[in-house]
Design a protein around this ligand. Sequence first.
Ligand SMILES: Cc1cc2nc3c(=O)[nH]c(=O)nc-3n(C[C@H](O)[C@H](O)[C@H](O)COP(=O)(O)OP(=O)(O)OC[C@H]3O[C@@H](n4cnc5c(N)ncnc54)[C@H](O)[C@@H]3O)c2cc1C
Length: 270
Amino acid sequence: MTAVCRCAPHVRTRFGSGGDLIPHEHRVVRPKTPGELHSAFAMGARVIGGGAGIMSAAMPAEPPALGMDLGALGLHTVASDSGRVGALVRLAELQRTRLDGHNAVAAALAATATPAVRRVITVGGVLGARMHRSDLVPALAVHGARAHVVTAASPEPRWLPVLGLWDLTDPFAVLHVDLGAPGHSAFRRLAGHQTVAPALVTAAGLRRADGSLVVCLGAATPRPVLLDADQLPPAGSFLEDHRASAQYRREMAAVLVAELAEELSVVEAA
Ligand SMILES: Cc1cc2nc3c(=O)[nH]c(=O)nc-3n(C[C@H](O)[C@H](O)[C@H](O)COP(=O)(O)OP(=O)(O)OC[C@H]3O[C@@H](n4cnc5c(N)ncnc54)[C@H](O)[C@@H]3O)c2cc1C
């Protein structure tokens, strides 16, 4: 495991909240095996994905004093046959692959940020950040997607449902994502005036074989929630802030779920 700086010049500094440039120490470890990755956690290293979130003053994450580059672990590819996606695959690259039977995932990718930012953001970075506003996570969740992770507690990689990442208390690294089973799915996003504004409510839905509709809400609650379409939680479970009241978010969630139910009532042509 070598300690090298692989940061591009534009990520060696970041803007602080006052517009000042904060030096980035650019100490990075590059594990070659899950075992080395586990040891890196003991050194206090934290994973760096595309760097879009870490380098943005708009995001809560701070650049770690010791970064961890997963680039030597072979996580750059998408295996279309198995639906397994490496953590370092950029969102733009995933968009270019065949996502048949994963319409919600394709729509959530298209709704994330801008084409330029999607060329930077990695799949692992989206999951690793555990943002309640992530567009991709609800879409993955309705398909039963799983994340392959190594945690600081154990060197053995294991598979977890994507929403199970929210329950981890130890530092972790996502190595792969399994996109889950294909199905009849769709995605909706409600934001402010501009479509690229942070979402107020997102909803992904998938019509199960028995005709019922499973939904995952994002952005509206402190963490994404997976539920049956007819079991929306009460307003008290929704976020309340300067951008929208909990009641408004709850009502908009009901609207998005109704739209999903209507769209997914039409059976797709084989
Ligand atoms: C300008 C901008 C616009 C955005 N717009 C949207 C949007 O419209 N919709 C949306 O959903 N999101 C949006 N985001 C959020 C973005 O998806 C997240 O910040 C995401 O975490 C960035 O991924 P990254 O690969 O660049 O991660 P990084 O910035 O490298 O890391 C972010 C966090 O994830 C952790 N991490 C990274 N990789 C892994 C991994 N493999 N395993 C475990 N943890 C890891 C890091 O330690 C860090 O805590 C936006 C971000 C920016 C900067």
